[in-house]
Design a protein around this ligand. Structure first.
Ligand SMILES: N[C@@H](CCC(=O)N[C@@H](CS)C(=O)NCC(=O)O)C(=O)O
Length: 182
């Protein structure tokens, strides 16, 4: 999404992380996505390092130059990425443990973080001016992940955030088109 917004060509490659294929681990020893592979074959990770890289490559299309506004954008991006980390912790707890040893208090703790973040965002959704930052893009991507794994759950009682995503899609259909699908 960030590459599309910054006008940088990318060949998207879908990879299944579960089996940790070498095409992934060669590019990122952590075996995680996203990873950006440069024309020289170097792997760049994680998503916040990638957006900083694309920002430099595109002449600041993803972050404002103004220090205060830049901090706001970086913080929004960190909040959205952190939200995904909590959601992933829940998904992996359920997916990787036998049912009888799934630790519900851990899931509840992660979900409490998700609830706090979503309530803050619903109370005050970020602005959607013509020119957006990696912050709004990261939030739309996080909502895409919630639609995939937590559909019907995350949006309950959060109509403003749900409308925010719909407005984002209306304003930036070319980004909506590249939200990764499961
Ligand atoms: N904070 C990292 C998170 C990366 C991450 O956890 N990616 C998941 C995406 S589903 C993954 O690749 N998981 C596979 C694994 O941990 O083995 C980022 O934003 O790049």
């Amino acid at each position: 999404m960030a590459a599309a917004y910054a006008g940088i060509d990318v060949d998207a490659v879908t990879v299944e992380t579960g089996p940790q294929p070498t095409m992934l681990t060669d590019a990122n020893p952590l075996g995680k996505i996203p990873v950006w592979i440069t024309d020289e074959g170097d792997g760049i990770y994680d998503s916040r390092v990638i957006t900083q890289y694309l920002n430099r490559l595109s002449g600041n299309k993803l972050f404002p130059r103004n220090a205060e506004k830049r901090l706001d954008a970086e913080r929004m991006e960190a909040l959205a990425d952190g939200l995904c980390d909590c959601l992933l912790a829940i998904v992996y707890e359920r997916r990787s443990r036998p049912e009888e040893i799934v630790h519900q208090p851990w899931i509840d703790k992660q979900w409490a973080k998700v609830v706090r973040v979503l309530d803050v965002l619903n109370a005050n959704p970020p602005k959607l001016p013509k020119s957006i930052t990696a912050g709004q893009i990261a939030l739309r991507a996080a909502i895409g992940y919630m639609d995939l794994r937590f559909a019907g759950k995350w949006e309950k009682g959060r109509p403003r955030l749900k409308r925010w995503a719909a407005r984002f899609d209306e304003k930036f259909p070319e980004l909506k088109a590249v939200i990764p699908q499961g």
